[in-house]
Ligand binder design. Structure first.
Ligand code: PRP
Length: 182
């Protein structure tokens, strides 16, 4: 496995991810059968989940991307959200699904949901591959959750540590010495 020397354990295998992504896509297909949602992926972490999921959704959807930063290269959120790249699609009147790789404190998604509602989106729901409920700071309603995970530093399937490990196929836990190194 790539970067295997840095990986402590595989938390979720690519097979388990694929099965769960299919289930969420099927649920979205059923829930939005009378709509044509705008699906917004949050860069960079959500890009692989987004790419896999939208191809399994059997609806006519529009896709766009937004990029925000809250971690600033560290292992926990700074709480300060910076909009690095905006969507180019008009979301007014649209049913929007925001796709995330992981919800930690919830501040990123709270910020994005409020921003999209201020822009008059008809509805805003959230699909996240992972959720760390023990880390939640703000109370946010998440309609689609792939997996609830413990408070471990996870990488792979789009998620990084200092831009490394995003292309691992499985979701992995890093060895502590990797991110605690001075
Ligand atoms: C991560 C993740 C979410 C956010 C979640 O992004 O992709 O966007 O943090 O944290 P929160 O719930 O505490 O707000 P990150 O800033 O690491 O950028 P990345 O997606 O480019 O890796």
């Amino acid at each position: 496995m790539k970067n295997c020397i840095s990986v402590k354990e595989i938390l979720i295998t690519s097979t388990e991810i694929d099965k769960r992504v299919t289930e969420i896509a099927n649920q979205i297909t059923a829930d939005y059968k009378d709509s044509s949602p705008l699906i917004i992926g949050v860069l960079k972490g959500a890009w692989i989940f987004m790419a896999d999921m939208v191809r399994k959704i059997e609806l006519d959807v529009d896709v766009d991307f937004i990029c925000v930063s809250s971690y600033g290269g560290g292992t926990s959120t700074s709480g300060q959200i910076t909009l690095l790249k905006d969507i180019t699609t008009d979301c007014s009147g649209r049913d929007v699904i925001v796709v995330e790789d992981i919800i930690d404190s919830g501040t990123t998604l709270m910020y994005l949901r409020e921003m999209l509602l201020e822009r008059n989106a008809a509805s805003v729901n959230i699909a996240t591959l992972l959720s760390k409920p023990s880390r939640r700071v703000v109370d946010i309603d998440v309609k689609y959750i792939g997996f609830e995970v413990p408070d471990k530093f996870v990488v792979g399937y789009g998620m990084d540590y200092k831009e490394r490990f995003r292309t691992l196929q499985d979701i992995c836990v890093l060895k502590e010495e990797v991110y605690k190194k001075k």
